[in-house]
Write a protein that binds this ligand. Structure first.
Ligand code: SLL
Length: 153
């Protein structure tokens, strides 16, 4: 569809991970060398639903994971796993066809271990570790059909 000149439209989002140390009462299905349960996610800000314009999100995990490329086609756009190590995850976002936008990719370093002044306390508490970032999708001269999707209430 036609593109709207001299217009830019932005949609905020956050992406990142949460992790918790596995406890003694862990499920017997979890491999013994796994130390943490974690979730990698991409979501809207303030409960915003991204699925009107995001078609799917592909999280590419470390190749030590089976089916390391995880495609999520509807919200919540997230993957939960267990493991023992930190690594970089690529998060590729595909937009709906009406958007006529190329996919975009972000990289997130999976964080399992606390660091900094509170690290020792957090470790002994078994506290949840969070690492997330704010960003924005910026659509320059958006297709009319994307503009309609983004502005309809
Ligand atoms: C490291 N470079 O050595 C990193 C690699 C890979 C983590 C970390 C696998 C779990 C599974 C897992 O936790 N991989 O075997 O399913 O720290």
């Amino acid at each position: 569809s036609k593109r709207l000149k001299n217009l830019q439209i932005c949609r905020p989002f956050v992406y990142g991970n949460m992790a918790v140390p596995l406890k003694e009462d862990r499920s017997p299905d979890i491999p013994p060398d796994h130390t943490h349960s974690w979730t990698i996610f991409l979501k809207g800000v303030n409960g915003d639903d991204l699925s009107s314009f995001v078609k799917r999100v592909v999280f590419k995990l470390h190749e030590t994971y089976p089916n390391s490329s995880r495609s999520i086609e509807e919200p919540p756009f997230e993957v939960t796993e267990t493991g023992w190590g930190e690594f970089e995850i690529s998060i590729r976002v595909y937009f709906v066809p009406e958007a006529s936008e190329k996919n975009v990719v972000m990289y997130h370093h999976l964080k399992l271990h606390p660091y900094g002044p509170e690290a020792e306390q957090q470790k002994s508490d078994g506290a949840t570790v969070t690492s997330m970032q704010y960003d924005e999708f910026v659509f320059n001269e958006p297709a009319e059909s994307l503009f309609e999707i983004l502005t309809k209430k």
